[in-house]
Ligand binder design. Structure first.
Ligand code: SF4
Length: 295
């Protein structure tokens, strides 16, 4: 049974809209995340080694969100609401608690645009509300034309298309093969759909072969954009992402251990030469497959 917590705020106004995700607001209805990705940036001592064990439901979130959206709408402060930035909006728990569904009803009612970021197939349950938002949302003036007045953006996160690799690094999430089917259904429903490759796994899913598989698969699926990023790993504690990913590399990819140790021994980021080559390669692939690298 997950814990229940009460919150005073659930609609977080971002200081500055991120150019990748276009977030004016973020909403996280659950605290922690049962998808349990080893590379997850929320990891650390606060949530422990198994993120599922620290999962909590924000029991008064819908009531609080209602008040906060009402105030923002009254002041005409429309902007894109991102679900979610520090959990997945479609965890297994959502089937029972329906917090995301209830939040979408409010978002539709107050006419805010929405950007869903997910690894789950459960999003299909809410296509009705997402269509309503898509048609009726009010955009801030600076985004109206860029988004052609579309109120719903849907990004599916992938770090690999290989179900076996995903079972190591993102064990609790919907399998990539199932996620891909949902992505195709989302495109078929004519939603503005794209992919966030965040993060690609060095020497595992960023190999030339796998990159072409990723780009050709998503191109064939008719996505509008692909947002790729390198991996960032934090901390040396037992619940930290760097420790957990390095442990997984040691166990499942021992031939890569020295390379990972070498790159991450003094910091959280891949070295500059890698990041530069990565950015050039992604630009080249986006051009080759004629896919935008921005929403
Ligand atoms: S789905 Fe996102 S928030 Fe959840 S564990 Fe994975 S990376 Fe973290």
């Amino acid at each position: 049974m997950p814990r229940k917590i009460e919150v005073t705020s659930v609609l977080n106004k971002t200081k500055k809209r991120d150019s990748w995700f276009l977030d004016d607001y973020t909403v996280n209805l659950y605290s922690s995340c049962s998808f349990n990705c080893l590379y997850c940036y929320i990891r650390g001592s606060k949530y422990g080694t198994n993120l599922e064990e620290s999962l909590s439901i924000k029991s008064n979130a819908i009531e609080v969100l209602d008040r906060q959206l009402f105030r923002r709408a009254k002041k005409n402060e429309y902007g894109i609401v991102v679900l979610s930035s520090a959990t997945d909006p479609y965890l297994q728990l959502e089937k029972t608690y329906e917090l995301t569904r209830e939040a979408l009803k409010l978002i539709a009612n107050y006419k805010f645009p929405v950007h869903i970021i997910t690894k789950s197939d459960l999003i299909e349950r809410d296509f009705d509300l997402l269509h309503q938002i898509d048609k009726t949302a009010i955009h801030s003036n600076d985004l109206k034309d860029r988004l052609h007045n579309r109120g719903t953006i849907i990004s599916f996160s992938f770090s690999t298309l290989d179900d076996t690799v995903a079972n190591i690094f993102e064990k609790g999430a919907t399998k990539p093969s199932v996620r891909l089917k949902t992505l195709k259904n989302t495109v078929r429903e004519n939603f503005h759909t794209g992919v966030s490759l965040m993060p690609l796994l060095p020497f595992i899913s960023d190999t030339t072969e796998h990159l072409h598989l990723l780009f050709s698969t998503f191109k064939k699926s008719n996505v509008k954009y692909i947002l790729p990023a390198t991996i960032t790993l934090f901390g040396n504690g037992k619940a930290d992402s760097k420790t957990l990913v390095l442990n997984a590399i040691r166990k499942h990819f021992p031939e890569l251990e020295n390379r990972y140790l070498n790159y991450f021994k003094n910091g959280s980021q891949m070295p500059d030469f890698y990041k530069k080559a990565f950015a050039a390669k992604m630009k080249e692939l986006c051009n080759e497959y004629e896919v935008s690298n921005r929403i």
